[in-house]
Design a protein around this ligand. Structure first.
Ligand code: NAD
Length: 440
């Protein structure tokens, strides 16, 4: 190592600019651009560790696979599949698998990078990973989705494993998907390997509390932020975008604690009620009719009107890039709790900060899911399972302690909570990188 390579003698590469890898379109980088911008923003706070900052910008490993399956009509269809391991400095890669027609490499890269930051933010011993298949699963039968999942798992089986990379559910995947992944991996390695995925059904080594964990973490961090901002929970008006695993649980738990859910938007439409919507009744209505709209006691509003709804807390819990410069100015909430990954573009984040809106960032707010996934993985290794009460108590403690210490960093540096989380998380990742050094 030369003197200029010595991390203690340098504060970073000579050129601050990062190279966009050739496999991304420099004119349309996609969601990974949001992440790169977030890294640029945090780099000045990293001190000598900035020497290693390029590490954060480059995923460690990317696997692109073809996933061919027999369709029910006798033809063969091919789908694009991905698994990205962004960083493994602090432990095995960990992150969900998404089935969506708009999945791209850039999106999976961004999601995997946010997992690196998230796992470090709440101090779980994991790196970051993510996977996805470019498919609209609503158009396929259960049998087709099972074949898709099994072939995809076999293809990415080269790089996943209980001590290497542990997938979990994300958008449009669920405990059944994880059961198929676990079974396929186990068949291929010749032993039952429950720890290869988390978010499994409880009867197959899943953890109690995993289903609600992300929504619960959204509630815990949201409630902590409300305390800091002097906002009472009782009667607080909450608007939720996305009514799936995260949004439904978050809405239900806020409602159970006395908040009033005034708007819900999902892919089928947007409903509003000043008097408040009962999330349990909304879920029943959705299950019965297949849509959120036409629920008795609510009015349907236009999709764009969601952002201007009179509310105190807004929870984006659907997809990324939802809060943009086109709608950030209309938001009336004083607090945004990001259930989804990457819902706010950086320019909108700046506008919200200027307007005095507090944002609990995704990498903290939705870390409850991976925290209970971590509990599941630990329980699988020891084959000893905890009660739901124990799990919820441990989850609440991890989330509220992480919130408290990150809020202190925000106050100390006079930055947004997002930058504070990135400062702490990136420091942890790069400290591990510096201690391990470069191999060989
Ligand atoms: P899900 O598939 O269970 O639900 C997604 C919801 O978003 C559905 O209600 C769907 O109707 C809605 N939606 C989709 N497109 C929409 C659109 N254009 N406008 C409005 N609503 C739309 O997914 P999920 O697991 O709840 O994940 C939601 C978000 O939370 C994603 O960003 C995901 O990455 C993130 N997340 C999930 C977990 C988890 O444990 N499931 C953990 C951390 C983060």
């Amino acid at each position: 190592m030369t003197a200029t390579q010595d991390p203690t003698n340098s504060t970073g590469p000579k050129s601050g600019a990062h190279a966009i890898p050739s496999y991304l379109d420099p004119n349309n980088i996609g969601p990974y651009e949001i992440y790169l911008e977030q890294v640029e923003r945090v780099t000045p706070y990293l001190g000598k560790l900035a020497y290693w900052a390029e590490t954060l910008k480059r995923p460690k490993r990317i696997l692109v696979v073809d996933v061919p399956i027999h369709l029910d009509d006798g033809t063969v269809a091919h789908f694009e599949g991905y698994r990205v391991q962004h960083n493994t400095s602090r432990g095995p890669a960990k992150g969900g698998v998404r089935y969506h027609q708009d999945v791209t490499l850039s999106e999976v890269m961004a999601l995997s990078a946010w997992m690196t930051v998230k796992n470090a933010a709440v101090n779980l011993p994991y790196g970051g990973g993510k996977g996805g298949i470019r498919i609209d699963p609503r158009k396929y039968s259960t049998g087709e989705l099972e074949r898709l999942t099994r072939r995809y798992t076999t293809e990415i089986g080269l790089i996943i494993g209980p001590e290497k990379d542990i997938p979990a559910p994300d958008v449009n995947t669920n405990p059944q998907t994880m059961a198929w992944m676990m079974d396929t991996y186990s068949m291929n390695v010749g032993r039952t390997a429950t720890g290869v995925v988390t978010g499994k059904p409880v009867s197959l080594g899943g953890s109690l509390g995993r289903g609600d964990a992300t929504g619960r973490g959204v509630f815990v961090t949201g409630a902590e932020a409300m305390k800091k901002l002097g906002m009472p929970m009782q009667g607080a008006r909450v608007a939720v975008q996305g009514f799936g695993n995260v949004g439904e649980a978050a809405a239900r738990i806020f409602h159970e604690h006395g908040a009033r859910i005034v708007a819900i938007q999902d892919v089928t439409g947007t409903i509003h009620s000043d008097a408040g919507i009962d999330p349990k009744a909304a879920l029943e209505h959705l299950r019965r009719t297949g849509k959120i709209t036409d629920m008795p006691g609510t009015e349907e509003i236009k999709r764009d009107e969601f952002w201007g709804v009179d509310c105190d807390v807004m929870i984006p819990a659907a997809l990324e890039k939802q809060i943009t410069l086109a709608n950030a100015g209309q938001i009336k909430a004083k607090l945004i709790v990001e259930g989804a990954n990457g819902p706010t573009i950086p320019a909108a984040d700046d506008l919200l900060a200027e307007r005095g809106v507090t944002v609990v960032p995704d990498v903290l707010a939705n870390a409850g899911g991976v925290t209970v996934s971590y509990f599941e993985w630990v329980q699988d290794f020891s084959s000893f399972f905890w009660t739901e009460d124990e799990i919820n108590k441990r989850l609440d403690r991890i989330m509220s302690e992480a919130f408290g210490s990150l809020w202190d960093v925000k106050e100390r540096h006079g930055v947004t909570l997002r930058t504070a989380v990135y400062i702490v998380a990136c420091t942890r990742v790069l400290e591990a990188r510096a201690l391990r050094g470069l191999y060989p």
